[in-house]
Ligand binder design. Structure first.
Ligand SMILES: Nc1ncnc2c1ncn2[C@@H]1O[C@H](COP(=O)(O)OP(=O)(O)OP(=O)(O)O)[C@@H](O)[C@H]1O
Ligand SMILES: [Mg+2]
Length: 255
């Protein structure tokens, strides 16, 4: 159980105070899959960084529950691989020196298999496509066997086909390993396809929480999925979000 109580974060930018997060209270059950959705600048990355322990909140408390120092894996929007290291060495970097070389190699191969890149273990990052590099970044987070896996718009730069495949892969991995996942996205459909629970952020505030009970893998054309998507958009965009208005179509695409 991961508990955020009245979390706030303020920044001082050019003499002005920016409220990135305000009064966020939420409980994430162990092994759950939560998605966080909202428009650019609403505080998603700040929330993820606070969960990762990379940013300290200005107010409120973060309680990791029974396991006070969980292993945390973070996947950023860009893969951030070390270009001079092979795929395998990138994945195993955090394990080096802590385990025997043979154990590191076995664990790297295992997670590369999970993300479908076992044949690329000796490749260099420059030889990978964007989607493959992102899968390596996911493997690098998974190899640490995280209790908490935090992903910041990890598929935002991918084409629709690769993105769908990666979404399904992530669901598979979660079902096999069951880490607690928090997945940030600005795409409402992605939030609904992946999350058991969708947190809706707007201007630093939690403006809605939507539980999604549909079975995995989810189909975007399933009426239940479409209804959740519509309800979330209505809360995030306000009353203009009627499905027929061209303004709402435009805003939906750009949210
Ligand atoms: N290190 C920082 N210093 C100053 N202000 C910051 C810092 N990090 C974030 N902010 C501010 O906090 C607010 C929320 O930023 P954040 O990066 O969390 O948004 P986001 O929802 O992740 O946006 P995006 O979808 O564009 O990635 C913004 O107004 C941003 O300018
Ligand atoms: Mg962000």
């Amino acid at each position: 159980m991961l508990e955020l109580s009245n979390i706030g974060r303020r920044y001082r930018v050019a003499e002005r105070e920016v409220v990135a997060l305000e009064d966020i209270s939420v409980t994430l059950p162990q092994g759950s899959f939560t998605t966080v959705v909202g428009r650019s600048g609403c505080g998603k990355t700040t929330l993820l960084r606070i969960l990762a322990g990379l940013t300290t909140p200005s107010e409120g408390t973060l309680d990791y529950g029974a396991n006070a120092s969980p292993r945390i894996g973070v996947v950023f929007q860009d893969a951030r691989l070390m270009p001079w290291l092979s795929v395998s060495d990138n994945v195993g970097f955090g394990l080096k020196g802590r385990f025997e070389q043979g154990v590191v190699e076995t664990r790297c191969l295992e997670v590369l298999e999970l993300v479908g890149l076992e044949n690329f273990h000796a490749a260099m990052p420059s030889q990978l496509s964007g989607g493959m590099a992102q899968r390596v970044a996911i493997a690098r987070a998974l190899v640490m066997e995280p209790d908490l896996l935090l992903l910041d718009e990890p598929f935002a730069a991918l084409d629709a086909f690769t993105r769908r495949a990666m979404q399904n892969e992530l669901i598979d991995i979660w079902q096999k390993r069951r880490p607690t996942i928090v997945f940030v996205t600005h795409d409402v459909e992605e939030a609904v396809l992946l999350g058991q629970h969708v947190l809706e952020l707007d201007q630093g505030r939690l403006v809605g929480q939507e539980p999604i009970e549909s079975a995995y893998p989810r189909d975007p054309t399933d009426p239940a999925v479409a209804r959740h998507r519509r309800d979330i958009l209505a809360r995030l965009l306000g009353p203009q979000a009627s499905p027929t208005s061209s303004l709402s179509t435009l805003t939906k695409e750009t949210l």
